[in-house]
Design a protein around this ligand. Structure first.
Ligand code: SF4
Length: 259
């Protein structure tokens, strides 16, 4: 009989991957970005930077090189450089919201906190996009974020169960619980936040189950819940097909299409 202590873990640990990725995409107070400011239509208009480096490897990820080739992608920028570019573009387009996307927003705390200090002295609100791994693993991180007033955290949950999450990311199934802990930590610390769930690969029972789990985490989370669907860019479609994954629904030209 196999000794349980010698059993190989079923997947990678996103917290270990966080540390490995930070070695690649963080240098002192600088973090890697591909682009510092582009206007996006989300939230009624936002200016967003394109970061490099993530602690998950979602098979449906649209980001591609910033996630899958962080070593050879992007350049390092200081928080001041990032803020200057974001604020200049946001003023040009009349945006109140600024953000960084296409990777994990919590890598490099020193960089993030310096950036949030600059945002706090401005008229802008920063949307911190995260998969919730780091904030779920460390309650003190959420407490530190409570010091910033111009901040909203958007926690993105990948799938509706541990098993589905593992199929979508190859990460340790139990790490599925971390974004729920992140939401709890943020709410307990008084940080503005909401949840979104990737449901392209889920059935109705799964969606109901994740809604129940969010309600149990905090009833208010259901009011602001966003349900996400994949956009089948060519690289995403190829990656999904290679991994034998078929979505039940996709986002296409602003509409949800059930397949
Ligand atoms: S967490 Fe987001 S950025 Fe990271 S791999 Fe998943 S979809 Fe891509």
């Amino acid at each position: 009989m196999a000794n349980p202590s010698t059993k190989k873990p079923k997947g990678y640990d996103p917290i270990k991957l966080t540390k490995a990725m930070e070695k690649v995409v963080v240098d002192g107070n600088r973090r890697k970005y591909v682009r510092l400011a582009r206007p996006l239509r989300f939230y009624g208009g936002t200016t967003s930077a394109v970061e490099v480096g993530c602690n998950l490897r979602c098979k449906f990820c649209f980001s591609d090189k910033p996630v899958f080739r962080p070593q050879s992608t992007g350049k390092f920028y200081t928080p001041q450089e990032v803020f200057n570019a974001l604020s200049k573009s946001a003023r040009k387009y009349g945006h109140k919201l600024i953000s960084a996307s296409a990777s994990e927003g919590t890598l490099g705390r020193v960089h993030l906190f310096e950036l949030l200090r600059l945002v706090d002295q401005s008229e802008f609100v920063y949307i911190l996009e995260t998969n919730g791994m780091t904030l779920g693993n460390d309650a003190s991180f959420a407490q530190q974020l409570a010091a910033f007033k111009n901040l909203h955290v958007r926690v993105s949950i990948k799938g509706t169960s541990q098993q589905e999450y593992h199929q979508l990311t190859d990460a340790l199934p139990e790490s599925y619980e971390l974004p729920f802990k992140a939401l709890k930590n943020l709410i307990d610390s008084g940080v503005s936040c909401n949840a979104c769930v990737m449901i392209s690969f889920s059935d109705e029972a799964g969606i109901q189950a994740v809604e129940k789990k969010l309600f149990e985490t905090h009833p208010g989370l259901l009011k602001s819940l966003e349900k996400e669907h994949i956009t089948p860019f060519t690289k995403v479609a190829k990656r999904l097909s290679k991994n034998g994954l078929k979505p039940n629904s996709i986002a296409f030209k602003g509409n949800v299409v059930n397949l």
